[in-house]
Ligand binder design. Structure first.
Ligand code: BES
Ligand code: MN
Ligand code: ZN
Length: 496
């Protein structure tokens, strides 16, 4: 889909989308079209339940020389913000593709008293439309023409298109990076295994200037990353540690570390999962996908920050060499871990990756993302990711960045009573608590035992967020949750 910004034309034609505020307040363009069509718009609204409420639409067909007139509910017009603009762009893209339209014009009427300038509204409409129009259809060989997306041209009309073009140029890397992550997460596990993930990351990220280093099993063995390696030892596929560095900030500023769980497939291992729904576990590298996409985005927009991204890439399989429940390993940190349940593998790979990145890069902050527990989905559903942290300012900045771009977090508790639940009879700790109670919290407690003194740490359990049923700006499937959040957090914290 091509996006273009242009000034107000003398007259509109074709498929046009125009703003309507709450309580049926037609904005300038809708009003003009209504007048020119002898009141067709007002009549259509009266015949419907459309009120102009935020993120709702009403389409009027074949009136007064137009194809499809889409009325876009902006809610209280003065409060039209970037998030609503994205939702509207997404709704238009979805409707256009559903209706077989090739070109649509969206009119950004100036709104008096709105804090968000029209150029930003226009750029975020474009962003929402692009994000929603994502497809992963490379394995569909028999699509009929009517099943394929049709929208080729999105024209956004406003006073001052040049400014909108500049705003859009700043957002375009977001689209490319989110798509990169969605592609990684969507690929089936026979195609995307650790070596292939690392290969694609190297290929795409070196292009934008990220330094990429990949450690293989021999290198990790030498370092002593036994707990990470134990997870992958039941797989034919070799485990990999992907290390990405973007050091474009002040020389003296210690980096921030982003850590991602990259379980390319999670069968559960010897503690094998039930068959129903196991295919979803190709998405168990959503954290690694988000970290990799965020690194791409930071580099593509030349972020003035020092950032290390590290992804532990493994496949959790149950072959004859697989680790057993009861096995005890010595981690890179020197602490020993008893494996009670081989399906609690995320924390096992993360503990060594976290220790490595802290030892080697001395980050001031470390934010880790993982599809870590089913328990967080029981707690928060698919609306918010769980946030666990040892640092309230960091938590607050992450939450603020998330609200700003629409990836919401909810802070969860940590504490010594929870920590005690993972004490082991034979080793320093075990990898699960007793039973399922507080499962996402005991998982976070495990990770916290691998946070070094003085490091501000946050763990985001994104199990409920990495893929979804679809919403205004995300089609069904991989969401790339975390890419924009991490980028915004770094922009807000380290670049001003
Ligand atoms: N990858 C899963 C967590 C998960 C479950 C993510 C459902 C997305 C949807 C993780 O490795 C896992 O298996 N966790 C176990 C932990 C348990 C064995 C303590 C779980 O949540 O059941
Ligand atoms: Mn598991
Ligand atoms: Zn897993």
């Amino acid at each position: 889909m091509k996006v273009e910004f242009s000034a107000f034309p003398r007259a509109f034609s074709g498929n046009v989308a125009a703003f309507v505020g709450a309580d049926r307040q037609l904005q300038a363009t809708a009003k003009a079209i209504d007048a020119a069509s002898g009141g067709a718009i007002v009549r259509a609204i009266e015949a419907s339940r459309f009120t102009g409420a935020k993120s709702t639409t009403l389409s009027v067909l074949g009136q007064a020389g137009y194809g499809r007139l889409m009325l876009l509910g902006v809610g209280k017009a003065r409060e039209l913000d970037a998030r609503t603009a994205e939702a509207l762009g997404g709704l238009v893209a979805a409707e256009a593709n559903g209706a077989g339209l090739k070109a649509v014009t969206i009119v950004v009427d100036p709104i008096k008293g709105n804090r968000v300038p029209p150029a930003q509204v226009a750029a975020h409409i474009a962003l929402g439309a692009q994000l929603r129009a994502y497809r992963f259809d490379k394995y569909k060989t028999k699509q009929k023409p009517e099943q394929k997306p049709t929208l080729e041209q999105l024209t956004i009309v406003l006073a001052g298109p040049a400014e909108a073009r500049r705003a859009w140029a700043a957002l375009e890397p977001v689209v490319e990076s989110v798509f990169f992550t969605r592609d990684l997460v969507s690929e089936p596990a026979n195609v995307l295994y650790p070596v292939e993930f690392a290969r694609r990351a190297r290929q795409q990220l070196t292009k934008v200037g990220v330094k990429v280093e990949i450690l293989d099993e021999a290198a990790m063995k030498k370092l002593g990353m036994n707990v990470l390696l134990a997870v992958g030892q039941g797989s034919e596929r070799e485990s990999q540690l992907l290390i990405m560095s973007w050091m474009n900030g002040p020389k003296t500023q210690p980096p921030v570390a982003l850590v991602g769980k990259g379980v390319c497939f999670d069968t559960g291992g010897i503690s094998i999962k039930p068959a129903a729904g196991m295919e979803d576990m190709k998405w168990d590298m959503g954290g690694a996908g988000a970290v990799t996409g965020a690194m791409r985005l930071l580099a593509a927009r030349k972020a003035k920050a020092n950032v290390i991204g590290i992804c532990a890439l493994v496949e959790n399989m149950p072959d004859g060499n697989a680790q057993r429940p009861g096995d005890v390993w010595t981690s890179l940190s020197g602490q020993t871990v008893e494996v009670i349940n081989t399906d609690a593998e995320g924390r096992l790979i993360l503990c060594d990756a976290m220790w490595y990145v802290q030892d080697k890069y001395k980050p001031q902050a470390m934010v880790e993302l993982s599809t870590l527990t089913g328990a967080i989905i029981v707690s928060l559903g698919h609306e918010r990711a769980g946030l666990f942290s040892n640092n309230t300012p960091l938590s607050n900045r992450l939450r603020a960045a998330g609200s700003e771009i629409g990836e919401k977090l909810w802070r969860m508790p940590l504490g010594p009573k929870y920590d005690k639940l993972i004490d082991s009879d034979i080793a320093d700790m075990k990898n699960v608590g007793n039973g399922r109670d507080g499962g996402s919290i005991t998982a976070a407690q495990f990770l916290q035992r691998f946070v070094q003194d003085g490091v501000a740490w946050a763990h985001l359990d994104i199990a409920g967020m990495a893929w979804g049923k679809g919403n205004e700006t995300t089609p069904k499937g991989a969401t790339a949750f975390g890419v924009r959040l991490l980028d915004k957090w770094i922009a807000n914290t380290y670049e001003r």
